[in-house]
Write a protein that binds this ligand. Structure first.
Ligand code: SAH
Length: 258
């Protein structure tokens, strides 16, 4: 099976899930305890990192907002180099590697350079947060579709399909949206959703510091500021948010992190 490759090195692109280490897949848990080298992102939780083979080399690849410790090209080269040395490399990413994680770009490089790889999916923030915050992504009474979008601001504004997002009977999940929350809510109202449309923002889903703030498109920006939420946060827009009070099961601490 490996005969097309010149050595036994391999890069495993592994999803670490949203934070709770019990949400790792069995395969991810096995690989992170066996890796020779681990290249990990900022979003990988401390609790997951605690499972890593203590003898493994750990390389931080950054990826906080505005602070990429390693530019993507250097990172791609590093993965190629390590696997070229015959190492078992785990490239560990928060959530799922193919969901807003540039996993596709990394694997394109590996393929082009003839490096063996495997991809291990993880629980993405949307599904992890939905479960832990008690907000189903779909529900026959409220939403028959669900969209995942990035709220990462480019030049101060979000380049999104606003008419497509501002529809009823669907749930919109916004990754990387904390800094653009006001803009997001304004645009959804401007494109036809009512000010009273339910919306929520969840900080640190599945971690002990999880906090959920619910409101409406009109109130959520103010409520989120007042709650002093810290990244990572996920925004959920849609009537499924109404189910939070009934379906929440995680006991959240009311304290803010300072
Ligand atoms: N590949 C990741 C997403 C990377 S983009 C995944 O599949 O989840 C980073 C964004 O993911 C953050 O800005 C935030 O919006 C979201 N995110 C990741 N982990 C989260 C968590 N535990 N709680 C809330 N949002 C999270």
């Amino acid at each position: 099976m490996n005969s097309a490759y010149s050595n036994s090195g391999c890069v495993y692109l592994v999803g670490a899930g949203p934070g709770d280490p019990e949400l790792l897949t069995v395969k991810a848990a096995r690989l992170i305890t066996q890796a020779d080298v681990l290249v990990y992102d900022h979003l990988v939780s401390d609790a997951v990192m605690a499972l890593v083979n203590p003898a493994a080399e750990k390389i931080y690849a950054g990826k906080e907002r505005g602070n990429h410790a390693l530019p993507q090209e250097q990172l791609n080269d590093l993965l190629v180099k390590l696997a070229g040395q015959g190492k078992q490399v785990v490239r560990l990413k928060g959530g799922d590697p193919y969901t807003f994680g540039r996993g596709g770009e990394e694997v394109q490089t590996l393929r082009a350079r003839g490096i063996r790889f495997e991809v291990v999916p993880g629980i993405t923030a949307a599904t992890g947060v939905a479960a832990y915050a008690g907000i189903p992504l779909t529900h026959r009474d409220y939403a028959q579709a669900c969209m995942f979008v990035t709220g990462h601001l480019k030049d101060g504004s979000m380049n999104l399909d606003w008419p497509g997002l501002a529809r009823r009977r669907q749930t919109v999940i916004i990754y990387m949206g904390l800094h653009g929350l006001s803009h997001l809510c304004e645009q959804l109202i401007a494109h036809g959703l009512p000010e009273t449309w339910p919306a929520a923002i969840v900080q640190h889903g599945s971690l002990p510091t999880q906090r959920t703030v619910t409101g409406t498109l009109a109130t959520l920006p103010m409520l989120a500021t007042a709650a002093k939420l810290r990244a990572p946060t996920l925004i959920v827009v849609g009537e499924v948010v109404l189910l939070h009070d009934q379906l929440k099961w995680v006991i959240e601490s009311a304290e803010t992190l300072d």
